[in-house]
Design a binder for this molecule. Structure first.
Ligand SMILES: [Zn+2]
Length: 141
């Protein structure tokens, strides 16, 4: 894990705009440090190359674990998990009208929401508080 140079970590963090690539939580609103994660997990052959790294919160990173594919609950199709470096978040996800839930727009989005448990009770509760504080959803979404 520490094989990733700090300069690479810093570039990944900057490129990810200091947000989780999956649930979009910003570093300034979470207690734990956002982690540099492997888009293709190391156990699945993913490398430490910068192109395989992105930023994720511990909730998303832990839920994602070694998954590269997941099932779309709508079509029951097995698809790749969202790649925050190569795919656009807005194409695959959107916020629910009340802003607390992430909804998949595509098979990839729906599968990722389910696989990463992105609308778990803690996340939904915290997002509700962020909305009350006018911190959420992110203004660019
Ligand atoms: Zn997250």
């Amino acid at each position: 894990m520490s094989a990733i140079p700090s300069a690479v970590r810093a570039r990944v963090r900057q490129k990810a705009r200091n947000r989780c690539g999956y649930c979009r939580s910003h570093q300034q609103y979470v207690l734990g440090i956002l982690q540099v994660e492997h888009i293709i997990p190391k156990v699945s052959g993913g490398s430490d190359d910068e192109e395989n790294l992105w930023l994720a919160c511990s909730m998303c990173n832990n839920a994602k674990h070694a998954q590269t594919h997941a099932m779309d609950p709508l079509t029951r199709q097995r698809v790749r998990v969202f790649n925050p470096r190569k795919q656009r978040w807005q194409r695959h996800f959107r916020w629910s009208s009340d802003g607390v839930r992430i909804l998949g727009r595509t098979a990839c989005g729906r599968a990722t929401v389910a696989a990463l448990n992105m609308n778990n009770l803690i996340s939904v509760t915290v997002r509700q508080k962020w909305i009350e504080a006018a911190w959420h959803p992110p203004r660019d979404e």
